[in-house]
Ligand binder design. Structure first.
Ligand code: FPP
Ligand code: MG
Length: 293
């Protein structure tokens, strides 16, 4: 099966499950605003990575599906909050109005809050339905909490925001991207695998792959902020305009792309322990490097 077909299959299952999960008794405005951003056309990268990591160990990923959806909810909450006037103040994402532009700031904050707490409710419900696998379920959920939380994505975001308009070097830039972007990618991969394996070597390999993938994603994001056209569907040129420290601002575009290439090579190398089974993950790393959107 081609990667594109595989991705479509996973995305179909995830979208169907998300629809079902959103059939709940929350106030209509809250549900609408959460769904608006969850269904705004994201690439579903993290759920896809979650299921593909699970498939390295099992043919049956039914137990992963709620967790994959929860990860997408956490990712979506982070984007809604990141776009708020108090943070990045963006009015466009994925070519659509951002949540606060449609529902107002207060409701956008609450939609994010709702998505974050609902994600953990969904994962805990799933764990309770799989009591025979409770320890692995708990390890997976803890991994996601850690990736999203105060030593993970929120930590990276705090450094990003608090160091705005200051000057810093590669170590700090790297810290920000490790936590803000790579941690959730690593968390998606590890939690996918953790439901089915305790093999530390395999888990380490997935972590290394995810870290390199996350950094590559961010380097390319920084480059596209300079080089992309309107098709990007979000603000462009903002990093330069605001004097933000980025890979290109520290190293220039050419060297930054070289660094992304090196990371991609290492990401793919890390997967060698899985042999051919990891072909989709390998291809995703290459696509990440060469993406224009
Ligand atoms: C784009 O993902 C987003 C990122 C790479 C993450 C950047 C990190 C933040 C915005 C953290 C914000 C954190 C808080 C706590 C507010 P993508 O290209 O996969 O997005 P898509 O879903 O649109 O495809
Ligand atoms: Mg930001």
């Amino acid at each position: 099966m081609k990667l594109s077909e595989k991705q479509s299959q996973i995305i179909f299952r995830v979208n169907e499950r998300l629809d079902r999960l959103f059939e709940n008794d929350s106030p209509e405005l809250l549900r609408e605003s959460m769904k608006y951003s969850v269904k705004a056309g994201g690439k579903r990268l993290r759920p896809v990575l979650n299921i593909l990591a699970a498939e390295l160990f099992t043919d049956d990923t039914e137990e992963n599906l709620d967790i994959a959806c929860a990860i997408e909810m956490i990712h979506t909450y982070s984007l809604i909050h990141d776009d708020l006037p108090a943070l990045d103040n963006d009015s466009l994402r994925r070519g659509k109005l951002t949540n606060h532009m449609v529902y107002g700031e207060a409701q956008a904050i609450l939609a994010g809050d709702g998505l974050l707490s609902f994600a953990f409710e969904v994962m805990l419900d799933n764990a309770m339905r799989h009591k025979g696998n409770l320890e692995r379920e708990m390890r997976a959920i803890k991994t996601i909490a850690n990736a999203a939380g105060v030593e993970g994505m929120v930590a990276g975001q705090v450094m990003d925001v608090s160091l705005e308009n200051t000057s810093y070097g590669y170590d700090t830039l790297s810290y920000i991207h490790t936590h803000k972007t790579a941690d959730m990618i690593v968390g998606a991969l590890l939690s996918g695998a953790l439901l089915h394996t305790d093999d530390e070597e395999a888990l380490r390999a997935l972590r290394t792959y995810g870290e390199h993938l996350g950094h590559t994603f961010q380097i390319i994001d920084d480059i596209l902020d300079i080089t992309a056209g309107e098709e990007l569907g979000k603000s462009r040129g903002k990093d330069v305009m605001e004097g933000k420290i980025t890979y290109p601002s520290l190293f220039g575009i050419v060297k930054s792309f070289e660094m992304a290439k090196e990371r991609t090579k290492k990401a793919i190398e890390a997967l060698s322990v899985f042999g051919d089974k990891a072909c989709y993950l390998k291809e995703i790393a290459e696509i990440m490097l060469n993406r224009s959107l």
